[in-house]
Design a protein around this ligand. Structure first.
Ligand SMILES: [Zn+2]
Length: 238
């Protein structure tokens, strides 16, 4: 078996890597918006032909979903940011109180990365002289002190991604005539899910076929289940 290592893999580790991560998160967020809103509106369409009911349900689902995604993202990124800040503060204290031990620590970490003792010592000394906190943050903690993720940005991105995804099934169910809306929505949703599956697989350099199949199957299942439930409830209620 050949190991999949595309030439651009090296570039993934820098700014491009974090941009790709954002892109992947955006595709996943949009995917969530498509699936959950499609399940919702197709379920309601099983129970009623009323366009205004469909619009109300779909819009409520869109807002609830996008706000819940944004809130979840805000909480998780804030927590991560807090722990990174705490680690940086501790590091700063240690650098102030025991600079020799910290220099020793940095030297050993660099040695562990494969440098010779003498070279590690020299590199550690120069890095410490230049910007000790940054050196410890990067080598010891693996974080860039200037690039801590902003929780508001993360929340806004999640909100936007989910909303864009949710708009597709919402418009597809509301705009067409009653007799056409169901199949148009199903086709549009499955096509969008195939595209999302393909894109996220390509971004992660995974084979796109299985990702598309899984994604389309999941969405089809969600719509089938809610449609049956909606139809049964509609029959009972009407
Ligand atoms: Zn340290």
């Amino acid at each position: 078996m050949t190991l999949q290592t595309p030439e651009h893999d090296e570039a993934h580790s820098g700014a491009l890597g974090s941009r790709l991560n954002w892109l992947r998160a955006a595709v996943l967020g949009a995917n969530d918006g498509v699936v959950s809103t499609a399940g919702l509106v197709v379920g309601v369409a099983g129970a009623t032909d009323s366009r205004s009911t469909l619009l109300t349900a779909g819009l409520a689902g869109l807002l609830a979903g996008s706000m819940s995604m944004a809130a979840g993202e805000y909480v998780s990124v804030s927590t991560q940011r807090d722990s990174e800040k705490a680690a940086l503060a501790l590091e700063k204290r240690e650098l102030a109180t025991e600079p020799q031990a910290e220099l020793q620590e940095l030297t050993e970490l660099l040695e562990g990365k494969g440098l010779s003792r003498a070279l590690a010592q020299e590199v550690a000394e120069q890095l410490t002289e230049h910007d000790a906190l940054r050196a410890h943050a990067e080598v010891e903690l693996g974080i860039d002190p200037d690039e801590l993720t902003n929780p508001w940005h993360a929340a806004g991105a999640s909100f936007l991604a989910f909303t864009v995804g949710a708009l597709l099934p919402l418009l597809a169910i509301v705009l067409p005539a009653a007799g056409q809306r169901l199949w148009i929505t199903v086709v549009a949703v499955l096509a969008a899910l195939a595209l999302c599956g393909w894109t996220s697989a390509r971004l992660g350099t995974a084979p796109p076929g299985p990702a598309m199949l899984r994604n389309v199957t999941g969405g089809a299942l969600a719509m089938a289940v809610t449609y049956v439930a909606g139809t049964l409830l509609g029959a009972v209620g009407a």
